[in-house]
Design a protein around this ligand. Structure first.
Ligand code: CAA
Length: 269
């Protein structure tokens, strides 16, 4: 039964079926959601392919850009999932509803793996977002470390309007970025958040004209690559753990990371 539910064979899907392209150029990897005629709607094949990219990311990569082809970043989950027929080879919500708890949990966990690796300390992930970023599209942008957005961006956490919850790792970064009250407002109304508000709330690091998005991302990549690679990784580790640690624990973590850096840079012989 497992294979019929929530895209069980997804691990074998090709990039074409997944609707994305993956390119590596030295230290920069680019993932392009590439089903513009369907507004880059995502399926379990998309998430499985994302997870596979994370599993096999070349070691030299320091920056991962996630972007969308065509008029939208992503219109979220493929709405065929809501139909009895579902997405060919990937099941439907109707078939998923019959699954046992373990199967369900395992499938969603695998989909989430497509998103979680974007937070790894060894890389910085940048979502270059334009047009609609709805549901799974919004969550994919939230999975990235930084969001550089075009002035036409339209974020929307549509899941509650469809009777679902956001389950693709988006709720934590949303709360971390905007606070619980604003996250409740954004999710439980499923309203559109435009560029100005996204910038004001800290959802976007930078807003630029649509025609300047690619250049703005290139500029940010150049800035990020200008720092020492190992120091960047260690610093990201420190920053990511800072909220969960006490000041004392954080000071200890800083000491440990710095000792490793100084030894790596200055120890002789
Ligand atoms: N799934 C499948 N197909 C989609 C799609 C989606 N999510 N979004 C758009 N498309 C298709 C349309 O059906 C249409 O196909 P045809 O040309 O074959 O008719 C094509 O893409 C273009 O769509 P529009 O004409 O609607 O394009 P637009 O630019 O006028 O509007 C849009 C863009 C506002 C994104 C609109 O398409 C839309 O509202 N899409 C649905 C968004 C949505 O509700 N997504 C689900 C989010 S919830 C989620 O993601 C759940 C989760 O993770 C668990």
């Amino acid at each position: 039964m497992a294979d019929a539910v929530l895209g069980g064979r997804a691990a074998g899907f090709s990039e074409t079926e997944a609707g994305l392209r993956f390119e590596v150029d030295g230290e920069i990897a680019t993932i392009t959601l590439d089903r513009p005629e369907k507004r880059n709607a995502q399926t379990f094949a998309t998430w499985s392919a994302l997870a596979r990219i994370g599993d096999n990311l070349p070691e030299q990569v320091r920056v991962v850009v996630v972007q969308g082809e065509g008029p939208s970043f992503s219109a979220g989950i493929d709405l065929r999932m809501f139909t009895p027929e579902g997405v060919p080879g990937q099941g439907s919500f109707s078939s998923a509803a019959a699954a046992d708890n373990d199967t369900f949990d395992e499938r969603i966990a695998r989909a989430q793996q497509g998103f979680t690796w974007l937070r790894r300390p060894e890389i910085v992930s940048i979502a270059a977002v334009h047009g609609h970023a709805i549901g799974a599209g919004f969550q994919l942008a939230l999975a990235c470390d930084l969001r550089i957005v075009a002035d036409d961006v339209r974020f929307c956490m549509k899941e509650p309007a469809l009777g679902l919850v956001p389950d693709l790792t988006g709720t934590k970064p949303l709360v971390d970025l905007v606070g619980t009250a604003k996250a409740i407002d954004i999710c439980l109304t499923a309203r559109i958040v435009g560029a100005e508000e996204a910038f004001r709330l800290g959802l976007a690091e930078r807003v630029v004209a649509r025609t300047e998005l690619a250049q703005a991302v290139q500029d940010k990549i150049a800035e990020l690559l200008s720092t020492n690679r190992d120091a960047a990784t260690a610093t990201k580790r420190l920053l990511q753990g800072a909220r969960e640690r006490t000041l004392e624990e954080q000071c200890a973590a800083e000491r440990k990371e710095q000792a490793a850096r100084i030894r790596a840079l200055f120890a002789s012989g």
